[in-house]
Design a protein around this ligand. Sequence first.
Ligand code: BGC
Length: 350
Amino acid sequence: MKAITVVPGDPESLQLDEVADPEPGEGEVLLEMIVAGICGTDHEILEGDIGYPPSGRDRLVLGHEALGRVLAAPPGSDFAPGDLVAPIVRRPDPVPCPNCAAGEWDMCRNGRFTEAGIRGLDGYAAEKLSLPHEFVVQVSSDLGHFGVLVEPASVVAKAWEHIIHLGSRGQWAPERVLVTGAGPIGLLATLFATRPGAEVHVFDRASDGPKPDLVRDLGAVYHQDGPNSTGEEYDVVVECTGDADLMAAVPGVTKPNGIVCFAGVTDEGRQVTVASDIARAMVLENRIVFGTVNANRRHYEEAARVLAQTDESWLRRMVNRRVSLDDWEEAYTRQPGDVKTVIEFPDAAA
Ligand code: BGC
């Protein structure tokens, strides 16, 4: 079967390979791939910055955002042939640490987890795959191909769960939320933020292309002129750009008890320096800055639920570049106006 593979660390190594078909072990589901999404992490791997292959191998099958269809399910699982599913990215560490033991692998404490298509485990940009049924999440047939967004949305679902948890240390009903960056994660963060009815503001540099309307169509306000241009303060900031200057600036636009969630990764080596007056205000007014990564099963299920309730035409404009597997190379070349690029597998039209 065909799979997109890479030698992590070698920026010239991406190729469409011929690899052996998966042979499902006990308790594993067999999937055919329908759509695989591409995100910033894939580009970091392609640039040779992060990632490592399964042990004893040079090449890694890429891809961690995916929608597949069940071909065969093990007895005792919740799945049946034909079901649409999203495979989960992370697998618990082998110790396991207390969090991984409790199914909270997104909070792994020893860093020995693996991640499909990223760290030590083959990914999902392959025609077929098999994996333990506990690492597969049902996607409603109404959501269809947009189920490819379940993985990035799971990361945002986790971020919101943690924001709510942290906010609940006092009386809390967030009225104003700022999202920085209107890429896929920023747009999904906006989708989650607008649901409880808060006033949501989104900052991004783009002046044209689909982003401003995607933001406005969620009922949020689009800004192109900096996070503190309005002079207003926010209960919550979800920082999705990974830009070191922005990360340093956003704690300064929070209200007392405000929460800043870092969901974007800075380039390695870039320093984020919080000014001393901001650090002082963080102490004197209980502000929190925290980071979040990955997601566990609960977050995938929440993501699948929220996306299934989202307007289909909005999802269609968000997944705005679909490339067939035959043209796979094009999919990894960024183009202006891209929001979410996906690769459609031969069966995608079915
Ligand atoms: C994925 C996460 C993963 C993270 C770090 C992100 O792109 O969505 O699941 O944990 O990369 O590898």
